[in-house]
Design a protein around this ligand. Structure first.
Ligand SMILES: C[S@@+](CC[C@H](N)C(=O)[O-])C[C@H]1O[C@@H](n2cnc3c(N)ncnc32)[C@H](O)[C@@H]1O
Length: 369
């Protein structure tokens, strides 16, 4: 591999200033590059799982992705067997014009004992097709891999996970927390086949982007060239240790503090830290509960708005009342709501009496014993 290309394989920092980078690439919403420090922080919880394993990163242009960098530089420490990376519609060796064909890199460890992946130790091959993770040649590579680690395109997350499950692969991947509410993703979570990893520091994830885009205020930082997301996490099916740690509960139940929903057989728990230690019935909790979930402590029954845990009541007609003013409701079916004494400040609904909606809730119940 030419030295210029190797340099591109080892990005020291996100190449956000290079505005030509991937200029011809498709959907912008998929172009967010994970920072090396975030990969390091997450992977240190999985170090025992990599021994003698083939790691596959299949959405990773070496020009911008740090996954190849992380695993090639930590190859010996993690006792890896092989590292494979495929790149979708790669930039060519001049890093300027885009090649519609994908690229495939492989590394099998340090051969000359200098403890770094040298150019002649890295195999670089052109793929026949564009490197789509669903293509036959990429699926063949997937077949030979043990653990898939990457940040896949957000827009294809559902399909991406479906493929990993179909081929029975272990994985550690980045995704939007919104994905929890997708039916098929939620089913995997409920069945304990998919769980949240350790996440990003303070709940905020910062990604490099190829160029300054049209972002909402406060999302793009011109100085760092990073965009901030607060709803992104790592997802995995690896048996991580935090999955076995009980959530410590301090609060006790009382019916005033924990109202019953009007349309679900459950009580409302507005914050994860408020889950009462002495309530054995069903509770509606925020989705962030999944960051702390131990399946031996709680079972997950459903999600408000999905059918797994059915509503006890459906409303014939409803009217929106905002700060006491009535207006036509264009909200679809109401999710979990609490009956109120009156229409106060904020948004309420009139379903024959006043109710107030809460955010999307997970329904959970303590396991016996
Ligand atoms: C969210 S970005 C993350 C990139 C890289 N994994 C990282 O973390 O820095 C997702 C990447 O997937 C690539 N991609 C989009 N569609 C793809 C597909 N069908 N198959 C493989 N990769 C794809 C995009 O070009 C983009 O670079």
């Amino acid at each position: 591999m030419p030295a210029t290309q190797l340099k591109r394989l080892h990005p020291k920092r996100p190449m956000v200033k290079n505005r030509s980078l991937h200029a011809a690439k498709a959907t912008k919403q998929d172009e967010f590059y994970t920072q090396l420090s975030d990969i390091e922080k997450e992977m240190r919880h999985y170090t025992g799982h990599f021994k003698n394993k083939t790691v596959f990163s299949n959405c990773d242009d070496p020009n911008s992705s740090h996954f190849f960098h992380y695993f090639s530089h930590n190859f010996e420490k993690l006792k890896l067997k092989r590292l494979i990376t495929t790149c979708y519609k790669n930039c060519d060796a001049n890093s300027r014009h885009v090649d519609q064909r994908g690229l495939y890199l492989e590394y099998a460890g340090d051969k000359n004992n200098n403890r770094v992946p040298d150019p002649d130790e890295i195999g670089v091959h052109k793929l026949k097709g564009d490197g789509d993770f669903r293509s036959e040649e990429c699926v063949t590579l997937l077949g030979g891999a043990d653990i898939v680690v990457t940040n896949p395109p957000f827009s294809l997350f559902r399909e991406y996970v479906e493929q990993l499950v179909k081929y029975k692969k272990k994985f550690i991947i980045v995704g939007s927390l919104n994905a929890i509410t997708y039916n098929d993703i939620f089913k995997l979570i409920r069945a304990d086949k998919l769980r949240l990893g350790y996440g990003f520091q303070s709940g905020n994830a910062y990604f490099a982007v190829p160029e300054a885009g049209d972002y909402a205020k406060g999302v793009y930082d011109e100085v760092t060239g990073l965009v901030k997301f607060s709803n992104v996490s790592w997802f995995t099916n690896i048996d991580i240790s935090k999955r076995h740690e009980d959530l410590i509960l301090y609060k006790t139940y009382n019916s005033d503090k924990y109202p019953k929903y009007d349309n679900y057989a459950a009580i409302e728990v507005a914050r994860v830290e408020d889950i009462p230690c002495d309530y054995d019935g069903v509770m509606g909790v925020p989705l962030t509960f999944l960051e702390k979930h131990n399946p031996d402590q709680f079972e997950i029954l459903g999600l408000s708005g999905n059918d797994d845990y059915p509503m006890t009541k459906k409303y014939g007609k409803k009217e929106r009342v905002v700060d006491g003013v009535r207006m036509k409701s264009n909200t679809g079916t109401l999710r979990a709501v609490i009956r109120m004494d009156s229409f106060g400040a904020g948004t309420h609904f009139d379903v024959g009496y006043p109710v107030k909606g809460v955010y999307r809730r997970l329904f959970i119940r303590r396991k016996k014993g």
